[in-house]
Design a protein around this ligand. Structure first.
Ligand code: HEC
Length: 252
């Protein structure tokens, strides 16, 4: 098993403070498994020494989840977003003081700022994770239906059939808005569609979505819109209700 120990300028200092009893040393060392893209991005080298300096808790990166006390990866409690993914935290050993301290720090204002402040080439790689929750919370159904129809026709018909008049547009395998509208959770899906695949790769919602990762430019011309337009699309789709209620689930 390869284990990377994060070495930082504070190493000697930590060494001194860790010189006490083995139990205390164990409490002050936490084994973290971080997903490979996070390690490769350099994020761990950026945040962990800062955490250690602050807290005197040392972090060992473990390359498997098996002996880790914490996991940073896709899933868990969402912490931040970037590299096309929302990254979350799972604490496997909640009773471990070092793990608890690291979890607390990562979720704190300072911890979040340290993550979003990581800008290896001058551009931040990670932003806040909250798109989904924020959009669901903020987007209401009383948007502008006419605007929603126009936006949908202009920005979604490349792939989706959005209404009868755009029936012959869209990509056959992509669900039509009518089909999506008949799903019980259609509202959540539309409120946060830009956070659901495949959209994060090419949709920009002003002030909401993080910038595209530098090394992964959008594969197609990006779809740019405002939160008002998202709300308008939601209102437009909401207004489609009567036509679809009870209708069969037909894929175009
Ligand atoms: C480049 C193609 C493309 C464009 C443009 C596009 N979509 Fe999609 N969309 C897809 C595909 C493909 C799926 C099906 C994904 C799946 O089944 O996992 C999808 C699924 C969805 C879903 C369901 C998501 C889910 O996970 O349930 C919603 C809602 C949605 N799109 C809304 C929109 C809206 C609104 C627009 C325009 C502002 C739009 N899409 C533009 C390709 C596209």
């Amino acid at each position: 098993m390869i284990r990377l120990v994060i070495v930082c300028v504070c190493g000697p200092l930590l060494g001194l403070s860790l010189g006490g009893s083995p139990a205390a040393a164990q409490d002050r060392t936490v084994r973290l498994h971080a997903a490979e893209p996070l390690v490769a991005s350099g994020l761990m080298r950026h945040i962990l020494p800062r955490f250690s300096l602050k807290t005197q808790v040392r972090v060992e990166l473990s390359d498997s989840t098996e002996d880790a006390q914490m996991v940073l990866g896709p899933g868990g409690t969402p912490l931040f977003r970037g590299l096309g993914e929302t990254w979350g935290l799972q604490v496997l050993a909640p009773d471990h003081p070092g793990a608890a301290r690291l979890a607390e720090w990562l979720q704190s204002e300072v911890g979040r700022r340290t993550v979003t402040g990581f800008a290896p080439d001058g551009a931040a790689l990670f932003g806040p994770p909250a798109e989904t929750e924020r959009a669901v919370a903020e987007v209401s159904l009383d948007g502008d239906v006419a605007l929603g129809r126009a936006v949908s026709r202009q920005k979604c018909t490349r792939c989706h059939t959005v209404d009868d008049e755009s029936r012959w547009s869209g990509i056959g395998s992509t669900p039509s808005f009518g089909v999506l509208r008949s799903l019980p959770d259609w509202e959540q899906r539309f409120a946060a569609f830009y956070a659901l695949n495949p959209h994060p790769a090419f949709v920009i919602v002003a002030d909401v979505t993080p910038p595209f990762p530098k090394d992964r430019p959008p594969p197609i011309v990006p779809v740019e819109m405002s939160l008002d337009e998202v709300e308008a699309v939601l209102a437009f789709v909401a207004a489609m209700a009567p036509a679809d209620l009870g209708g069969p689930l037909v894929h175009q």
